[in-house]
Ligand binder design. Sequence first.
Ligand code: GLU
Length: 461
Amino acid sequence: MTVVTRIAPSPTGFMHIGTARTALFSWLYAKRHNGKFLLRIEDTDRTRYSEEAVDALKDGLKWLGLHWDGDAVSQFESRHRHAEVAQQLVDMSKAYYCYCSPEELEQMREDARASGAKVNYDRRWRDRDASEAPEGVKPVVRIKAPLEGTTVIEDAVQGRVEKNNDELDDFILLRSDGTPTYMLSVVVDDNDSGVTHIIRGDDHLNNAFRQKVIIDAMGWDVPVYTHIPLILGPDGAKLSKRHGAQGVHEYEEMGYLPEAMRNYLLRLGWSHGDDEIISTEQAVEWFNLENIGKSAARFDFDKLASLNAHYIKQADNHRLLDLITPIMEKYGATVDDVAKDRLLKGMNALKDRAKTLNDIAEEGAFYAKKPPFVFTEKAEKNLDKDVLSALAQEIEQLSDLTEDNVQDLCKKVANDHKEGKLGKVAMPLRAALTGTTVSPSIFEAAAILGKDEVLKRLKFV
Ligand code: GLU
């Protein structure tokens, strides 16, 4: 059997990190078993549909490196097939036309409320003959849900979960305008695309019972259900906007690396002993459904940041340069060839200190910026003119700058002017060369900028 998993997001306008985690688990499971990972856009709600929203989902998956097999499919496009299945169920007497008016339904709801009945609809058309159908009323199609016994879901995370069938109503498959309901569409699409494993949030567990009723009625294979607990905020409440970024694109914009995000999302609900750092290759080898946690995981922003710092340190410097180039533009720095060369030389020091790509761009911007600088307030205060002109004179004497000779020279100026206090020389130099008070080693930075550029920047002070 080929394992087939899928992610079936609704186009809400962005990719939620919960969806991203479900996608990751589904992708990993497919990879682990040499199977397929499919993308289906659940776009039947046309009032919310937009192409941009679909692109946002695709972009989120692409950024995360979770490439789907084949073309993305649209649920809406298959609506005629869904209706056909509803018709098949009617033909097999497993579904029926219901001609109830809205008033009748409202009355049933009230009666059910008053009597404490578990289902609203009293199944009044379940066994009525088509000849009794009122004129000119367009019917809905309802499933004949089993009246006795239980419906059982064997869930890979939740275990065996049962629902008494008297709690399942004869729910609607096809609306009176002929459009299929979500419940029907999901089942038909999953069946038709050969999905063997459904991994999704446990907010869908309740739907699974109804979906299984349709599957059983059609005599289709039941997929392996894996309902994973939702993600909570750090305070234990349902993750929401007030906790921080919810969209995958926001993490991209904040300068997170996709591999860090994958590692983080993997650990958010799945474990392999105490391992925290798990590469994607390793995850593909290890991933299983058994180790998915049974309780809700809490989002931990610090942990994500520290994983990102780890992956940034591991990342290839040329790749980092490519990634920070567009970010630099936002900081007003244009990365030309000279800047590229400097940034590559300084990248090890920059990435060692960074938690995000934005940190690298911000701290490294001075390599690309051209003087005169707009100094930060703190940097302005550090611009000790005497020290800086002494430094300039010393630097003139050197043929070339190295990290060591800049440091020696700063020590000399410190001895001559600042009672040996190196910081009193290094800080003005940092302010003059970077315009700020934060940077990697200023001796290294000076060496990378080179004699001419350093003198130029000192002169602008
Ligand atoms: N469209 C549903 C969602 O975005 C997923 C349904 C499913 O996975 O079966 O939550």
